[in-house]
Design a protein around this ligand. Sequence first.
Ligand SMILES: [Zn+2]
Length: 420
Amino acid sequence: MELVELARKGVYLSKREIEEVKNRRFRAVVKYAFWKSPFYRKKFKEHGVDIDRIKGVEDITKLPLTVKQELRESYPLKMCCVPKEEIVRVQMSGGTTGQPVIIPYTRGDVERWKELMLRAFHIAGITSKDVIQITPAFGLWNGGFGFHFAADAIDAFVIPLGAGNTRNQVKFMRDFGTTVLCATASYPLRIAEVAEEMGVDLRELPISKLLLGAEPWTEEMRKQIEESFGATAYDIPGLTEMGGVGTTGFECRMRKGLHVWEDHYVVEVIDPETGEVLDEGEEGEVVYTSLTREAMPLIRYRSGEVSAVLSREPCECGIEHMTIKRIRGRTDDMVIYRGVKFYPADIEAILASYGIRHYQIEVGNGIVVKFEGDESLIGSILKDVKEFLGFKPKLVALNPGGIERSKGKAKRLIRVGDAS
Ligand SMILES: [Zn+2]
């Protein structure tokens, strides 16, 4: 179990070790990108970057930002830094319209994906004795494979069910004694609903851990999931551009945010409008630099994720990698309504406090919030939204099943024309 040991060591690197590795890898990746990627060579030249003057992470702002549109324009492999023979697979990043964003992997990239996912397994206490049921799709989206590679590497009992057939998910959980469920954050509540229809009490099953990612979810939602399953739910971040689920970091076991694996990623938080790096505690867009990806490292990549740096000090959980807030939303999901900025998660937090699990927000000529629940709740919810967010949406109560269920990421936000 060499990889397991490597993963464990990586979790507990000291601040001093992290700083040393991070700076060394940062200098190396800037040179690597310049020499191996025509895209970055051109981009650095256009911005007057002298790579020999990049001495460490303190020089990061001398480098230009990379945006998703550039990845799209680089289809199929124009940003790749290795010859095609060295690519062992590709995955695809979000966005359902236009040119796909393709992320290539070398063998080394896949090995690191496993290792970083195993850091999460280590923190969550997942071992070869676990029965791991994987519900994200196996395909171009990275979720299924990311969990699979690590679960397979430790010889756990893997159930690679993939997306779909929720009744089967419940049946397999019951019949094989699943102990770990990997899923998108909104899926467990759908599973809970179907389990109830089937007369299965999830709390009586051996399930003890859920690893949930791919979309922002609130603490209130966590409470509902943990109560329904009688299990602990962990937030697992990661995006395809950075190598997939489980790569960028994992949740602190004290639930103080997400620890970022700083020996593999440099994280900055910027003002999405000006591009300026923000101070600790200030919320903005997360920008990643991947330090160890071989096929397609990205320098200062604007992720669209909204978060803030919480602390660069060692955490009381024993981890010395920096801590950021759990992802609150995506910059694309931000709604500006009558001067108020909010994310679907802000509405979710309020609705979930009334026990509401399924909802949808329509933004158009006004804001409409549809939820499954009793009409009598409307008055109180309206009061809370007004108090916490400063506006009054139109609320519509629906019967159970009134909101369409999704097997992957839930569609929380629908834009109808332009918000006024
Ligand atoms: Zn911690």
